[in-house]
Design a protein around this ligand. Sequence first.
Ligand code: 13P
Ligand code: SF4
Length: 347
Amino acid sequence: MLVQGTDTAALEQEAHRLYGLLGSVSRNQDVKWTYADCLQAAPYTLRINQVKKEKNAVILAHSYTVPELVYGVADFSGDSYALSRKAEETSADTIIFAGVWFMAETAKILNPSKQVIIPAGRAGCTLADGITEEEVRALKAAHPGVPVLCYVNSTAGVKAESDICVTSGNVFDIAAKLPQKELIFVPDLLMAQNLEIELSRRGAPKKIIASGASCCVHDKYTPDDVASLRRKHPGIKVLAHPECRPDVCAAADYVGSTKGMQDYVAASPDKLFGLLTEFGLVNRLEAEYRDKTFIWPFGVCAYMKKNTLINTLQALVNPRPEQIVQLSDEVISRARKSLQNMFEMTK
Ligand code: 13P
Ligand code: SF4
């Protein structure tokens, strides 16, 4: 039994804490978190926070995971870049990474002496699963001397084959800084198109040789979704992730990473935003900017949502083998170079 009886006063106190954090957050399109929802979550958050201390573990949660993890138990939450830096610098013995598999792998690459556990197990990502290291090797053989940029949404093996890793927050700047006029970019085909357009806009055009797939959440948005937001909500500011189609990005007011969108909302005097991104980010903005209104058409990452309070507690107490990240020393050392090259280029 993972959660034993806790006294009613402690549960009510925890439910009040959670409700203070989650009361403005949507559970779905129409319903907000209630005090009763928080009372249901309370036995788990109390126990997770207790075991976390006993085991000297740190919990990192991507902004797309469920808000009861982000606000109830995470020590840090954020985008993939910020979480990779937290993973690198932590002194905890164990990293519980609430996210998808490639993110937990990245934590292991950057801090290999730690035990890295992902509650969701081998939760995939249509981008990371969209190209293999053999395919990257074939691209390199076909284009000798052309640098390989890999989006962080890639497996450790693909990172090991790449020269520089990038995230949605730094891809445009890093690609612009490189002297070469031709770059290989994997595995996001839509981001590759956005990259080529952005480099031309900056007056530094480059040929992007792309291979891979697209994000099954962000590739669903169309320019009609932008038009519909503008028609129904005059004056709305529309924000899109660079994993969206180029015609969607062109129609949006701002294109950026999850952190970029948070910063845009924080700095903007506007009050009404349309979000073409995953629901978890919508929840974060609802929790943190209560004087602003967020309209979200659709878009849920089923992989991220595989992390729950229940499997986080189970993974902390007694992780299953498929929840523990294991990588060879050789892959770790080669993949780390591509991540360190990114850190160098974002200084
Ligand atoms: P960020 O790099 O903005 O955290 O995005 C990760 C991701 O999976 C987007 O779909
Ligand atoms: Fe991968 Fe898309 Fe999910 Fe992000 S939202 S983890 S890119 S499938």
